[in-house]
Design a protein around this ligand. Structure first.
Ligand SMILES: *[C@@H]1O[C@H](CO)[C@@H](O)[C@H](O)[C@H]1NC(C)=O
Length: 288
């Protein structure tokens, strides 16, 4: 008996240790969905009216815990402009940051929030509160794996993703910061979160040194070994990728530096497609 119970305890301990990698189905799992694809949801945060939109795969299965990806627009952007996309050859982003076509197994649900004054100033933490509210509503209304919540955005949207990495490390598994800066604050900021970022050395809006500073917070928090010198773009501004070493398990840091300006749709020489979507999808897909 004693042997059996100690084995049970070992098994329990093993499960507890492994639990971050097991699915954590939300309260919306196993129930009919109360939110639907294409829906615009209205809510109220600190007395202000807020909106977000949902993209749910058409074969939605209420017993399948989905990944949840938050997509924050840049300054002057909107929920609608992320949904529809804007010309990538003129500095726009592809629809839904170009991610759904890469999600061939239809594993992800997307949340597209709309900013106050077309940005994410996050006054008194109101945009982080908005995030908390959306995460709760979507977790209740749809079947989400709460261990697989991600955030990305360009510029102000990158700043908002960074802000969540700072203040919501326990909720967000990984972020992808595209040409971000410190614009939405960094409350807390001491916990590890898997971190992808890309930035152009010719960025005239949010300079690359700012992007490097944001990255270095998570290089440190995640316990990665600092890089040996600062990576530079290759010839023709080609992107250079740095995969940080020695990071805590599941707390990867990837940095991509390119020679371009403030552009979410930067392409490598000779390539027809922007690299941000593929890099972001590859990074988020590391986590199961
Ligand atoms: C980068 O931008 C920040 C914030 O605007 C500024 O304080 C800093 O001086 C700039 N650094 C360089 C190297 O231009």
């Amino acid at each position: 008996m004693a042997g059996l119970s100690s084995r049970l305890i070992t098994l329990l301990l093993l499960f507890t240790t492994l639990s971050p990698t097991l699915a954590a189905p939300s309260s919306g799992c196993g129930k009919g969905p109360t939110l639907r694809n294409g829906q615009t949801v209205n809510t109220n945060i600190n007395g202000k009216s807020r909106q977000y939109s949902l993209r749910v795969p058409d074969n939605y299965n209420q017993n399948n815990p989905y990944r949840l990806i938050f997509l924050w627009h840049p300054l002057g952007g909107s929920m609608q402009k992320i949904i529809q996309g804007e010309d990538p050859n003129r500095g726009g982003v592809l629809p839904y940051y170009g991610l759904p076509p890469l999600d061939t197994n239809k594993k992800a649900i997307y949340v597209v929030p709309n900013g106050l004054n077309a940005g994410w100033a996050n006054q008194n933490g109101e945009d982080v509160s908005f995030f908390d509210s959306m995460l709760q509503s979507v977790s209740d209304g749809l079947c989400i794996d709460t261990n697989l919540v991600f955030s990305t955005g360009f510029s102000y949207g990158g700043a908002m993703s960074y802000s969540l990495a700072c203040s919501r490390a326990s909720k967000v598994r990984a972020v992808a910061v595209i040409s971000g800066g410190l614009l939405s604050g960094c409350a807390g900021g001491n916990d590890p979160v898997a971190y992808y970022a890309q930035h152009g050395t010719s960025d005239q809006v949010l300079n690359v040194s700012g992007g490097r500073q944001l990255r270095d917070r998570f290089v440190k928090n995640n316990g990665c070994r600092p890089a040996n010198g600062e990576a530079q773009p290759g010839s023709g501004g080609k992107s250079t990728r740095v995969e940080y070493q020695g990071c805590q398990q599941g707390k990867d840091v990837v940095w991509v530096v390119h020679g371009g300006d403030h552009n979410p749709s930067q392409k490598d020489p000779g390539q027809s497609q922007p690299f941000a979507p593929g890099n972001t999808w590859e990074f988020f897909s590391r986590f199961n």
